[in-house]
Design a protein around this ligand. Structure first.
Ligand code: ZN
Length: 483
């Protein structure tokens, strides 16, 4: 299935849709989550908590989305978080210089060239406005943060462009209240905001988007002291090296070959890889791309992008960065607060390894890898724990006592299983509708049900149907969901 098929599914079933869509001034890059999208996202985040956050003994915070100007002076975003742009001198259309040049020249152009270097390339390639063919202005910088004024005087502050700054700013308090011992992961799920110049593809490039970020604080002198490494030593990773080779090997081999720098980084890359493969992305469609020096974010010394192959090409889902003590030392300097902590009697300013996940793109990729056509039916074969609904309940007919009997079963299960009740249309069509939105189990109540106190359970993937007595339904579901 390709990008358009997925888009159609999202819109027609109400997973996701453009925000403010009934108005013609709806800005691009903002999407609403419908009921199915919300259920799906909640389950994805619960899986992240279970497989990474809780597994590793991390703690989680939920910080405010508007942060003070000083936070971004310290983080470097006020100075550095900008895109190179050029405007048409005639029609005022705005272009991203790096993308415009790479679209025309066919080569990858770094975001980090100087404005003069971009001007040079635009001139030598004789690039003009796509719309009116007139000349373009010299390249300038456009900061992608949304500034917001606080109170009547409009005191400067910003919508956060990444969730992680809350974690750095809160580190001092967390280190005291949670009696932190290094290494410690601090996680946060929430919205971030970037004023992208031209958001192109729905959930893949948004101006307001969800991140699930983890910052692992560690003592740089104890980097090989990783408790959990033995659990992942044999986990296979695909590494795309900066000289364009793919190396597939276990974590321990990758370290001994010098492809991964240490056990610490290998351990967290393995957690990311295992998380996605357990949620329906097969290993051969994943890779960690080692970013070359000129492609890394301004705060990182090692960067590994976890990418998944989709119909739109390789898509970056998770940025894994060694941010060193960049953030804590800048916040320490600007705030004047001592952010060092004691690690076994040694006073250290911790370093940070970041695992920054794009949630919206992850949801897109999982759907693309799970959506198929199976003969005549469309099937969203999500892993059981991810489907928007756990079960659907159908009375075969609206006659006799079938609806009240079915409602009673629905009410008994709805608090423990995300349940959908559907009493209209042919039973075949009702099954197809649930197959297409990924519901793994349908429960049908027919005329024999009342007599025998039983129902038919039908499984999405195998289409197998079994007869189960009403008191046994719950244990059958628990067995399937492995709860
Ligand atoms: Zn123009």
């Amino acid at each position: 299935m390709n990008y358009d098929d997925i888009q159609k599914l999202f819109l027609e079933k109400g997973f996701f849709f453009p925000s403010s869509e009934i108005y013609s001034d709806a800005p691009a890059g903002f999407w609403d989550y419908g009921p199915l999208g919300v259920n799906f996202r909640n389950k994805f985040i619960e899986s992240w908590r279970r497989n990474i956050v809780r597994r590793d003994g991390m703690i989680e915070i939920d910080g405010s989305q508007i942060l003070s100007k000083n936070v971004f002076v310290a983080s470097g975003h006020l100075d550095n978080f900008s895109d190179p742009i050029s405007r048409c001198l005639e029609c005022k259309s705005v272009y991203r210089a790096d993308r415009m040049i790479s679209d025309i020249s066919g080569e990858m152009i770094s975001e980090k060239l100087s404005n003069e270097d971009y001007d040079e390339k635009i001139k030598s390639l004789n690039i003009k406005c796509h719309k009116c063919k007139n000349s373009l202005s010299p390249v300038t910088r456009f900061n992608m943060m949304y500034d917001v004024g606080i109170g009547p005087k409009g005191d400067p502050s910003y919508l956060r462009p990444e969730t992680c700054q809350n974690i750095f700013v809160d580190f001092l308090r967390l280190s005291k209240t949670m009696r932190i011992k290094l290494p410690i992961g601090i996680a946060q799920f929430g919205k971030s905001f970037r004023n992208e110049i031209s958001p192109r593809q729905s959930l893949l490039r948004l101006r307001e988007f969800y991140q699930a970020e983890i910052e692992v604080f560690f003592n740089p002198n104890n980097i090989d002291d990783v408790d959990g490494f033995s659990e992942v030593a044999d986990t296979t990773l695909n590494i795309h090296t900066s000289d364009d080779k793919i190396i597939t090997s276990s974590c321990s081999d990758l370290i001994s070959q010098g492809i991964l720098p240490n056990k610490f980084i290998a351990y967290y890359l393995a957690l990311v890889q295992e998380f996605y493969t357990s949620n329906g992305i097969s290993l051969e469609n994943t890779r960690f791309r080692i970013l070359p020096d000129d492609d890394r974010a301004f705060y990182a010394t090692h960067s590994f992008d976890f990418e998944v192959l989709t119909s739109t090409g390789w898509l970056e889902l998770v940025a894994c960065n060694n941010r060193t003590d960049y953030d804590l030392s800048s916040h320490q300097k600007i705030s004047g607060k001592d952010l060092q902590i004691l690690d076994n009697d040694e006073k250290v300013l911790p370093h940070v390894f970041e695992i920054s996940m794009g949630v919206d793109r992850s949801l897109y990729s999982i759907v693309e890898h799970s959506y198929k056509k199976d003969g005549e039916r469309f099937l969203l074969s999500l892993k059981p724990g991810l489907s928007p609904f756990d079960i659907a309940i159908f009375p075969l007919s609206n006659k006799n006592d079938l609806p009240s009997f079915s409602k009673k079963i629905f009410n008994d299960l709805k608090l423990d299983f995300q349940s959908f009740y559907d009493s209209s249309g042919s039973i075949g069509r009702r099954y197809r509708r649930q197959d297409e939105i990924g519901t793994p189990i349908c429960i049908t109540v027919d005329f024999d049900s009342i007599q025998n106190n039983d129902v038919t359970i039908r499984y999405r993937d195998s289409m197998e149907q079994i007869r189960v007595s009403v008191p046994e339904i719950r244990s059958k579901l628990l067995e399937y969901y492995n709860k």
